[in-house]
Ligand binder design. Structure first.
Ligand SMILES: Nc1ncnc2c1ncn2[C@@H]1O[C@H](COP(=O)(O)OP(=O)(O)OP(=O)(O)O)[C@@H](O)[C@H]1O
Length: 244
């Protein structure tokens, strides 16, 4: 299902005044595609992601999944928690794995907490570890994994509940350029395979060639509407448009 952010505004109290971090932003992320949200520091990227994640209620506007309204200014904490549990996968800047669990157990715990049926969880977890290229590290703990492997486990973990929406926060900030591109490629192809509508926040346009669309924020305003990242070249070949 498509993720719709409808006219989202987020205003923070700021001393005796207020600060508009997100200003009337509308954005649709079609199912199975990845949209990168770009913009300079302080432009409102994390704030918009926090609204989509149900962590911060919007001051106005709403978040929809297909035709279903998921989040509004009056959504309760319990409803926002259900939104995250039932529909959302999140990849944070740092992998945030539990030290004492193996890669496979990280995914199994996550799926169990989301109420997935135990009979199918192990198979799906192993499939995803394979898809992100760490099947041979399934029984290793985070301390026995490289930084890149830990991040790939975190990506697999976000997808183990088959979420309709995947939110990704600065996945390449700790990686060199080539590794960053590979991680964005991985996220984009997994979104396509699983059908997850994926919103990826980044300040590094140079790693974003693999995504389907880019949108740019400046001072809380959507400067450019989400635009296709690739254009069709003569002869039907897909070429990348410059990101950002
Ligand atoms: N809890 C808060 N209370 C008040 N102001 C906030 C709060 N969180 C963020 N802001 C302000 O809102 C604006 C947008 O911040 P936000 O973190 O969304 O930007 P960003 O684009 O994600 O930046 P970065 O790339 O540096 O992470 C900034 O001016 C910031 O100072």
């Amino acid at each position: 299902m498509d993720l719709h952010l409808d006219r989202i505004t987020l205003v923070y109290p700021d001393g005796t005044s207020t600060l508009t971090a997100v200003d009337d932003v509308s954005l649709t992320v079609p199912a199975g595609t990845t949209t990168a949200l770009l913009g300079p520091s302080g432009s409102g990227k994390s704030s918009l992601l926090a609204v989509a994640a149900g962590l911060t209620p919007p001051t106005s506007g709403r978040v929809r999944l297909g035709d279903e309204v998921a989040l509004t200014p009056t959504t309760s904490v319990a409803e926002a928690t259900r939104w995250r549990r039932d529909h959302l996968g999140v990849v944070f800047q740092a992998p945030r794995l539990l030290d004492s669990l193996t890669a496979l157990e990280q995914l199994e715990l996550h799926a169990h907490l989301r109420g997935r049926r135990p009979a199918t969880v192990r198979r799906r977890a192993l499939e995803l570890l394979d898809a992100v290229g760490v099947a041979d590290r399934a029984h290793h703990r985070p301390a026995q994994l490289s930084g890149g492997q830990r991040q790939r486990v975190a990506i697999a973990r976000a997808l183990v509940g088959d979420p309709a929406v995947l939110l990704v926060d600065e996945p390449t900030s700790a990686l060199d350029h080539d590794r960053g591109v590979r991680v964005v490629e991985l996220i984009t192809s997994l979104a396509r395979e699983t059908g997850a509508a994926t919103l990826l926040v980044s300040h590094d346009a140079s790693t974003l060639d693999p995504v389907d669309a880019t949108a740019r924020l400046a001072d809380g305003l959507l400067e450019s509407p989400a635009r296709p990242q690739r254009t069709e070249a003569p002869g039907g070949r897909c070429v990348s448009a410059p990101a950002g």
